[in-house]
Structure formats: structure tokens, C-alpha cells
Design a binder for this molecule. Structure first.
Ligand code: K2U
Ligand code: ZN
Length: 180
């Protein structure tokens, strides 16, 4: 059986806020899930590249699993990362602010402040324990994706006023699209 390509051309539909499935806490991946996760990861990467995005969490495609994919490298040298059951094990006291967007909140952007550097422990697709440390865009992306696993969206880090403005606009846009 040929080794599954890291990405396939089959993309999955991305859920948009205020879909309730984006607010659930995802469950840890167990040993029994190996084959399903190895089949899902390439589809999530293909979906992310097609969006385009630099990160994607399983809840965004409706799977309540603690699985994220990311690739912050420019297109010429893609460096896909698949993180199973990722956990933040250290974060800097120093904070950093960056404008964030989200594939599940299309067209909405806002400045989000997070720890500048994070260290994560995770399992790779073969079940090997690994660690990754990041700052800058990688740090923001890792934290943004792990938030998704806990039902947290970037707007939750904003003031209630800004969060409600964005969520109200998204709900309105969604309604007008459904009306067609
Ligand atoms: O999880 C997602 O919705 C994909 C996010 C990942 C992300 C958000 C904020 C900061 C870093 C990563 C993005 O929508 S992917 C689009 C993108 C592209 C370049 C830079 C930032 C965001
Ligand atoms: Zn997002």
C-alpha cells in the first residue's frame, strides 16, 4: 500500500462561527485512533493549504479530536507539522501582540496579546513523544490552534465589546448568505 502523501487533494469543509462545534473541548487521541488520524491529517493539511492558512485544528473541520496541523513556512519549502495531543508545557512571562485572523471567522482580524514564546509537548503521527518551542508567528499559531482544541476562539482574548461586534457581524453575514 503506497505511503499516504502528507497532503491529498480532498479538502474538508471548514466550520464558521457561531457553529457550536467550535465551542466544544476536543477529546485526547488514543492508540486506537492511529489509522483514523493518519488518514485525517493529510486531508487537514490539504484543507489548510487550500484555504490558504498556516494552521488548522480538527474541531474546525468538525472533528472533536486533539489534533492540529500547521505550516508557517513560505510555499517554496513547505514544512508540514502534525501535532497529536499537544500540550503547552512552558510559556514566557513576556507577552507579544499580533494581528490574528481565523479560518472559522472569515474576514475578521484583531490584535491579540499572548505569551511571546511557548514550549509544547506532543505526539507525532507515529506516536513518538516530541517537543517544539516557538516565538513570533509560530508561537501565535501554536497557541491559536491549541485554543481551538479547548473551544476558544481568538475573539475570546478581546474586550467583550470587540468580541460581540465581530460575532454579531459574522452571524449577520452568515444569515444573509443563507438567505442567498
Ligand atoms: O486556525 C486558523 O483558523 C488558521 C489561522 C492560524 C493563525 C491565526 C493567527 C496567527 C497565526 C496563525 C489563520 O487564519 S491562517 C491565516 C494566516 C496566514 C498568515 C498569517 C496569519 C494567519
Ligand atoms: Zn482559527
Amino acid at each position: 500500500m503506497p505511503a499516504p502523501a502528507m497532503t491529498e487533494n480532498s479538502t474538508l469543509p471548514i466550520l464558521f462561527a457561531p457553529d457550536k462545534r467550535l465551542r466544544l473541548t476536543a477529546r485526547p487521541i488514543g492508540d486506537a485512533d492511529g489509522d483514523m488520524v493518519r488518514a485525517l491529517a493529510p486531508k487537514m493539511l490539504a484543507t489548510m493549504y487550500a484555504a490558504p492558512g498556516i494552521g488548522l485544528a480538527a474541531p474546525q473541520i468538525g472533528e472533536g479530536l486533539r489534533l492540529i496541523v500547521l505550516d508557517i513556512q513560505p510555499e517554496e519549502k513547505p514544512e508540514p507539522l502534525v501535532l497529536v495531543n499537544p500540550e503547552i508545557i512552558a510559556e514566557s512571562a513576556e507577552a507579544a501582540t499580533r494581528e490574528e485572523g481565523c479560518l472559522s471567522l472569515p474576514g475578521q482580524y484583531a490584535d491579540v496579546t499572548r505569551p511571546a514564546r511557548v514550549k509544547l509537548r506532543y505526539l507525532d503521527l507515529m506516536g513518538t513523544k516530541r517537543e517544539i518551542e516557538g516565538d513570533g508567528l509560530l508561537s501565535a499559531c501554536l497557541q491559536h490552534e491549541i485554543d481551538h482544541l479547548d473551544g476558544v476562539l481568538f475573539v475570546d482574548h478581546l474586550s467583550a465589546l470587540k468580541r460581540n461586534m465581530i460575532l454579531r457581524k459574522l452571524a449577520k453575514d452568515l444569515k444573509s448568505q443563507q438567505r442567498g
